[in-house]
Design a protein around this ligand. Structure first.
Ligand code: KG4
Ligand code: ZN
Length: 339
């Protein structure tokens, strides 16, 4: 079976063709980063308009890359939520129109389920169930008990900013461009440990909830009190990144202990962070547990993860009617199990 998938929940238009026997046959991504950079963040109306401009040419290019025509497709998957309503509506309208014209079923995919299953796109070394998923993106930070597809219990989540959001806001305080997460990570590579000590929020409280907005405030105060030399800036970036990663690590270890699981999947934009990968590899890998990530291209938003998740739902006979609505807010643990 073969599926065409669309991701349009935020500022990336991602299209992919996934075949359940041959794997990923084609994927294309258009990032709107430059469009929003002048505003220091995503402008929802501009995002919607840009998805409208880019989605059809990108679908054509992806089908050509995958050497796939409409007749070869079994279904169309699209991101139904959570995300920006206008951006979601573009993907959903195009998916429903094509589904009507081509007489195919449509599958509305939960964006975070897409992230969570992204490591399954790898040819080998896929995690078995159950596992702990640490989902860290620009909009969400959560720790999920995953017993199977659709069998999700959210064990903890950020009570304020998402981890990616904290990276972006701190980067902005340091004068870095939007989205600052990757740029802050790059700056941190020039820094070293031991110069600044940031807190590890909520780690001395029981439970798996997290909080990242205080780190941004701590960063603001630290920046104000420090000099503006390149070394100092790099050391502040290092200390901030170390605090976020340490906090995530402490919470993940706690989740492993609580569930008795042996596997952790880390997905979402922040899972591209090299320091985070090294730390988790060292601290979790060393104690005999296993850490899984998507490949770097599929950590941040993309169409491949939506096509993959859509395929799993399609195979279970779970698809939508054409009058389905987008869900800008959509709790992950309300999804049906894949039975
Ligand atoms: O998953 P994603 O592409 O979009 C959402 O669903 O939100 O995640 C984007 C987030 C942004 O906040 C971005 O700054 C962050 O992921 N990010 C990173 C890195 N790469 C992307 N944060 C830290 N280090 C990175 N290398
Ligand atoms: Zn995302």
């Amino acid at each position: 079976m073969r599926i065409l998938g669309f991701e349009t929940s935020c500022d990336e238009t991602g299209i992919a063709v996934y075949d359940d026997e041959q794997g990923l046959l084609g994927h294309q991504l258009y990032s709107q980063v430059k469009l929003h950079a002048d505003y220091g963040g995503v402008v929802p109306e501009l995002a919607s308009r840009d998805h409208v401009r880019k989605i059809i040419p990108l679908i054509k290019a992806t089908l050509a890359e995958a050497q796939t025509s409409a007749a070869d497709l079994d279904a169309i998957a699209y991101t139904r939520g959570p995300g920006l309503i206008g951006a979601l509506l573009v993907g959903s309208s195009v998916a429903r129109s094509l589904a009507f014209a081509w007489d195919k079923p449509i599958v509305g995919v939960h964006h975070m389920e897409g992230h969570l299953l992204a490591p399954m796109l790898e040819k080998d070394n896929n995690p078995d169930y159950p596992f702990i998923a640490l989902l860290v993106s620009g909009g969400h930070s959560m720790i999920v008990d995953v017993k199977g597809i659709g069998e999700y219990t959210v064990l903890g989540e950020s009570v304020d900013d998402a981890a990616g959001e904290a990276f972006d806001k701190t980067a902005k305080l340091m004068g870095l461009d939007y989205p600052g997460g990757p740029l802050l990570a790059k700056l941190a590579e020039q820094g070293s440990a031991g110069h600044y000590q940031f807190p590890r929020p909520m780690t001395n409280k029981p439970g798996l909830n997290m909080s990242f907005s205080g780190l941004k405030t701590f960063a603001a105060n630290t920046i104000r009190a420090a000099d503006d030399s390149p070394e100092t800036r790099a050391n502040i970036a290092f200390a901030f990144q170390e605090a976020v990663v340490d906090t995530l690590l402490i919470k993940c270890k706690r989740a492993l202990q609580q569930t008795g699981y042996q596997r952790v999947v880390i997905a979402g934009g922040v899972s591209a962070n090299r320091f985070l990968r090294e730390k988790f590899e060292t601290h979790i890998g060393a104690s005999g547990e296993h850490v899984f990530y998507p490949s770097l291209a599929f950590c941040t938003d993309n169409g491949a993860m939506i096509a993959y998740a859509g395929m799993q739902r399609l195979k279970a006979g779970q698809f939508d009617s054409l009058d389905t609505k987008v869900q800008p807010r959509w709790p992950l643990d309300t999804l049906p199990a894949l039975k």
